[in-house]
Write a new protein. Structure first.
Length: 318
C-alpha cells in the first residue's frame, strides 16, 4: 500500500529510527546471517553427499559429524541466541521510569485506529484517529486494545509488532530519535480491507510537540465561511453525528473516527488517501468504492455541491 506524496510508505522494516526498533533490527540481521550460514552448511553437506570423494562422504555420514552438527552445534548456537536475544530486547517490556513516558491508548477497529492521549491516571485528554503525534527522544507507552477482532500494531522504524486481542490489554513502547513521519500497518489479518488499515506516527521536536498539543486541547473555532457553515448543517442533517464525534458540536457518535481535527490529518481512510478536499468528497460520497468492506455507508444521495460543502466544513477542522 502506498500513498502518493506522503513520506513513510511503504514502511521500511530495516531502517530503525529509535532504540526499540534498533534492537529488533539488530536481532533480525543476526537471524538472517545465521539462516544464510546454516543454508551454506547444508548446501556444502549436500554437495559432498552427492559429488564428494568416498572418504569425505563416509566421514560426513559418521556418528561424530551427527553429534557435532546435529546436536551440539544447534544446542550451543540456539541457547546462545536465546540468551543474547532476551538480553538485547529486555528493554522492550521493561517499564519506563515513573512520569517519563507519554501514555496513549490505541484501539484497533474494523478497519481503522482509535487514538486516545492519556493523562497519568489513564483518563483521556484528547481523542484522534489514524495518526499518533509524539515528541522526539521520549518513550511513548501505548496501551493496545481491540473491541472486535485481533489486530496488530506495527511501526517498523519505531518498535516491534504487538497484537491487539479482544478482552486483553497489551503494552508496547515506541520512541523516535529524529523528527519525521513513520508509517504503521496492521500486521495481523483481520478480515475485509485489512491491507488498507494503515496509520501514521509523526515525531515532532519537543517544543513543537508541546505547541501542537496545546492547540489540540482546544476545539477548533466555529466556521465563519458560508459554505463551511452549510457543510456543518448538512453533516448533522445527514446523520453523520450518529457515528462521528466533533468536539463543541452536537455530533457525539463513537462508532467511527473522531473528526474534531480531521482537516489536519495527512491521510483519509486509515492511511490510504492523501487528505484534501477532492479525496474527502470522494470518501464521503462512496467510500465503499475506495475501501470495499469498510463500515461507512455510501452517501450517493448527496449532490456534488453538498459533498463539497461538507468537505469544506471538515477541511476546516484543524
Amino acid at each position: 500500500m502506498a500513498v502518493e506524496g506522503l513520506s513513510g510508505w511503504p514502511p521500511p522494516v530495516l531502517d530503525p529510527a529509535g532504540p526499540y526498533a534498533g534492537s529488533v533490527t539488530a536481532l533480525t540481521w543476526v537471524l538472517i546471517g545465521m539462516a544464510v550460514a546454516v543454508l551454506l552448511i547444508v548446501l556444502a553437506a549436500l554437495y559432498i553427499a552427492l559429488f564428494g570423494k568416498g572418504e569425505l562422504r563416509r566421514r560426513l555420514g559418521g556418528e561424530k559429524v551427527i553429534w557435532i552438527l546435529g546436536i551440539a552445534f544447534p544446542t550451543v548456537v540456539l541457547t546462545g541466541l536465546l540468551v543474547w536475544g532476551l538480553t538485547l530486547t529486555r528493554h522492550l517490556s521493561a517499564p519506563a521510569a515513573e512520569g517519563t513516558a507519554l501514555k496513549m491508548r490505541v484501539s484497533g477497529e474494523m478497519w481503522w485506529w482509535r487514538v486516545d492521549y492519556l493523562d497519568e491516571a489513564g483518563s483521556t485528554l484528547m481523542a484522534d484517529a489514524n495518526e499518533l503525534h509524539i515528541p522526539v527522544g521520549r518513550t511513548v507507552e501505548i496501551e493496545l486494545v481491540s473491541p472486535d477482532v485481533v489486530h496488530s500494531f506495527w511501526v517498523p522504524q519505531l518498535s516491534g509488532k504487538l497484537d491487539m486481542v479482544p478482552g486483553r490489554r497489551n503494552l508496547i513502547r515506541i520512541q523516535a530519535d529524529r523528527p519525521g513521519t513513520y508509517a504503521g500497518q496492521c500486521a495481523e489479518y483481520c478480515g475485509g480491507p485489512h491491507a488498507l488499515m494503515g496509520f501514521m506516527v509523526i515525531a515532532h521536536e519537543p517544543a513543537e510537540w508541546a505547541r501542537w498539543l496545546a492547540r489540540r486541547r482546544a476545539p477548533p473555532a466555529a466556521p465563519t465561511d458560508a459554505q463551511a457553515q452549510r457543510g456543518g448543517q448538512l453533516f448533522l442533517a445527514a446523520g453523520c453525528g450518529a457515528c462521528h464525534r466533533i468536539a463543541g458540536t452536537p455530533a457525539n457518535g463513537l462508532a467511527g473516527p473522531d473528526l474534531t481535527y480531521v482537516g489536519a490529518r495527512r491521510t483519509l481512510g486509515a492511511g490510504i488517501l492523501p487528505n484534501h478536499r477532492g479525496t474527502m468528497m470522494g470518501w464521503i460520497g462512496d467510500s465503499q468504492a475506495i475501501k470495499p468492506g469498510n463500515r461507512m455507508p455510501p452517501y450517493r444521495v448527496l449532490s456534488a455541491e453538498q459533498l463539497e460543502a461538507i468537505a469544506v466544513y471538515l477541511e476546516g477542522r484543524r
